[in-house]
Design a binder for this molecule. Structure first.
Ligand code: SF4
Length: 260
C-alpha cells in the first residue's frame, strides 16, 4: 500500500487520508468513543459515525450500519466495538465489497482474523492503538505550527473542492516548508516563490497564494503541489505529484530576505 521506504507508516496514514469512519461512535460526551471522533474532527479530518441508535453525532454524517456508509468515505475505519464483534464487522465489509484503506482497532481491541482477511487485500491494519494518541504524538505535540498548517490545508482543500497532494512525502515536504517560513517570517509564505521584503507584494505569496486557483485550473495543481484538482490527480501521464518545485527552499539561507 505504501510505496515509500524508510517512512513511518502511521504518519503516512495521516498524511494520505483525511476521512475517518468511527464504528461505535457514541453520543455521550466524556466517552472516548465520542471525544476521540470530536478531536479528530477538530483537527481537520472529515468524520462519519456509525451508530444504530443515533440520528446525528457531532453534526457529522451518521449511519445506522457500516453498509450504509458511502464508499468514498472509507479511507480510515476506526473500530470502537468489543473484540468479539470484529470478525462479524470484517465479514460484513468483505461481503459488501466496500473495503477501507486502513482498518484501525482502538486500544484493547485486537483481531488476528481482521489481519488475516484484510491484509491480503492491501488494507493497512492497526491493532490496540488509540488513533488520537497516535495523531497527537506525531503531529500536535511534535510541531504545533506544522500541525496547524496541515489542519488548515485539509479544511481549506475540502471547502474548495480540491484535494491535498496524495504523495505523503511531498505533502510533508510542502507543509514542513510552510511551517519553516511561518516560524522564520511570521507568515506561511509559499515555499516555491521568492519573497521580496515588500509586504504588500509578498501578501500574494502567503498560502493559499494569489495565483493558486488559476494554476489549479490550468495545470491541475498549484505551483508547489499542495492543492490539486481531484479530477487531475490520477490523470494518466500527468505530472508526478512529487516532481514539483520547492524553489525558495533551494535558495541558500543567506540569499533570503529578512523578516518582513
Ligand atoms: S503554490 Fe500552493 S502551496 Fe504555494 S502558496 Fe500557493 S497555494 Fe500554497
Amino acid at each position: 500500500m505504501f510505496p515509500l521506504e524508510n517512512h513511518d507508516p502511521i504518519k503516512e496514514v495521516f498524511l494520505r487520508y483525511s476521512r475517518i469512519v468511527f464504528v461505535g461512535c457514541s453520543r455521550t460526551e466524556g466517552k472516548p468513543s465520542h471525544d476521540i471522533p470530536r478531536l479528530m474532527k477538530e483537527h481537520g479530518f472529515e468524520v462519519a459515525c456509525v451508530n444504530p441508535h443515533a440520528e446525528s453525532i457531532l453534526g457529522s454524517p451518521t449511519f445506522g450500519d457500516i453498509l450504509e456508509v458511502p464508499e468514498e468515505f472509507l479511507e480510515i475505519l476506526v473500530v470502537f466495538r468489543p473484540p468479539e464483534e470484529v470478525p462479524r464487522l470484517v465479514d460484513k465489509i468483505l461481503k459488501s465489497g466496500k473495503v477501507p484503506r486502513v482498518f484501525w482497532m482502538q486500544e484493547g481491541i485486537r483481531s488476528p482474523y481482521a489481519r488475516e482477511k484484510l491484509e491480503p487485500l492491501g488494507v493497512f491494519v492497526v491493532e490496540d492503538r488509540c488513533i488520537w494518541k497516535a495523531y497527537a504524538s506525531l503531529f500536535v505535540e511534535r510541531d504545533e505550527v506544522y500541525e496547524r498548517i496541515l489542519r488548515f490545508a485539509r479544511v481549506y482543500a475540502r471547502a474548495k473542492g480540491f484535494v491535498l497532494n496524495p504523495d505523503p512525502q511531498k505533502l510533508d515536504e510542502v507543509i514542513a516548508a510552510l511551517a519553516f517560513n511561518e516560524k522564520t517570517y511570521g507568515f506561511r509564505y509559499c515555499p516555491c516563490r521568492v519573497i521580496t521584503g515588500d509586504f504588500e507584494e509578498d501578501k500574494k505569496k502567503i498560502c493559499p497564494c494569489y495565483w493558486h486557483e488559476e494554476e489549479i485550473r490550468e495545470m491541475g495543481h498549484c505551483r508547489c503541489g499542495l492543492f490539486w484538482d481531484p479530477k487531475r490527480v490520477r490523470a494518466p501521464g500527468g505530472i508526478r505529484t512529487r516532481d514539483l518545485p520547492l524553489t525558495r527552499r533551494a535558495l541558500r539561507r543567506a540569499e533570503l530576505p529578512g523578516p518582513v
